[in-house]
Design a protein around this ligand. Structure first.
Ligand code: MF3
Ligand code: CO
Ligand code: CO
Length: 252
C-alpha cells in the first residue's frame, strides 16, 4: 500500500516534535525543522504551495483553530500548538496533526488536549465496516461534549490518497446510523478540532489562519486510517499501541 510511507513520515515527524515544541522556539523554526525532517526521509512537504499556502506545515497557536503559518512568533509557556502536516511520497499522501503544550500547561489546557485526542480515538473506534460516517461524527461530538468542549463543525476530515483532499467529507458531528457506510478500502482522515468556547470561526487578515470568534483556545488531533474487512489500520499512529493510549495522548 503506497500510502503507508508518507503516513509513516507524518507519524515520525509528529512524534519528534515532542522534543522541539518548547517555550522560546519561533514558529518559523518549527516549520523549517518539519521541512528538513520530511525531506531527509525523501518525502515532500505537500502543504507548501497547496492552494497557495505559504508554510511547509500548518502551525496553529492557541486561538488559531487551523491553517496557521509559521512566523516570527516565539512560543510562550503554556501555549497550545497544533502542527498539521501532509506528506507526499510518489504522489501518495498521508495527513496527521497533533497538539502540544509548550511547557507545563494548566489542568484546563490539558483537559482540552486530552478531549481532542479522545474525540479522535472515539471516531477511530467507529471506523469499521458496518458503521456509517454519522456514527463517527456522533462519537466525536459526544466525546467532546463529555469533556465540556465544543467541536468546530465547519472543519472536517476527508478522504485521502492520490490527492490531499478526496471524497468523502468526514464530519465531526452526526447522527448514528446515518451517512455513507464505512466499507473496506475506505481511506480517510479523522481530525476533530475542539474549543473551550463558542464554535464560530473567522479568517485572519493573513488570509489563512482560522481563528475562533471568541478567541478561545483550540486543540486538534488528526490521523489517516485505512479500513479493511477485519480491522482498521491507523496509518499515522503505527508505532503507538492505540489500546494503551485510548485515553491519553502519547505525550501526557
Ligand atoms: N492538512 C490539512 C488537513 O488536515 C490541510 C491544510 S490545507 C492548507 O486537511 F492549505 F491550509 F495547508
Ligand atoms: Co491535516
Ligand atoms: Co486532513
Amino acid at each position: 500500500m503506497h500510502i503507508r510511507r508518507p503516513c509513516r513520515i507524518v507519524e515520525e515527524l509528529l512524534l519528534s516534535l515532542n522534543g522541539i515544541i518548547k517555550p522560546g522556539i519561533k514558529t518559523i523554526d518549527i516549520d523549517s525543522y518539519a521541512r528538513a525532517f520530511i525531506e531527509s526521509r525523501h518525502g515532500v512537504p505537500a502543504l507548501k504551495g497547496y492552494k497557495g499556502f505559504p508554510g511547509n506545515v500548518c502551525i496553529s497557536v492557541n486561538n488559531v483553530a487551523a491553517h496557521g503559518i509559521g512566523g516570527g512568533y516565539v512560543l510562550e509557556e503554556g501555549d497550545i500548538v497544533t502542527v498539521d502536516t501532509t506528506v507526499g511520497v510518489n504522489g501518495w499522501y498521508g495527513d496527521g496533526a497533533w497538539t502540544y503544550i509548550a511547557g507545563a500547561g494548566t489542568p484546563e489546557k490539558k483537559r482540552l488536549v486530552k478531549a481532542a485526542w479522545k474525540a479522535m480515538t472515539a471516531g477511530i473506534s467507529e471506523a469499521v465496516p458496518g458503521r456509517r460516517l454519522g456514527d463517527i461524527g456522533n462519537a466525536v461530538e459526544k466525546t467532546a461534549r463529555r469533556y465540556g468542549c465544543r467541536v468546530i463543525e465547519d472543519l472536517a476530515g476527508h478522504g485521502i490518497g492520490r490527492d490531499i483532499h478526496e471524497e468523502p467529507v468526514v464530519l465531526n458531528v452526526g447522527k448514528k446510523g446515518q451517512g455513507l457506510p464505512v466499507v473496506p478500502g475506505l481511506v480517510i482522515t479523522i481530525e476533530p478540532i475542539l474549543t473551550l468556547g463558542a464554535k464560530d470561526i473567522h479568517i485572519h487578515t493573513d488570509k489563512w489562519s482560522i481563528i475562533t470568534g471568541d478567541n478561545n483556545l483550540t486543540a486538534q488531533f488528526e490521523c489517516t486510517l485505512a479500513v479493511f474487512s477485519n480491522h482498521t489500520d491507523v496509518l499515522t499512529l503505527n508505532s503507538i499501541n492505540l489500546e494503551k493510549y485510548i485515553d491519553f495522548p502519547p505525550m501526557f
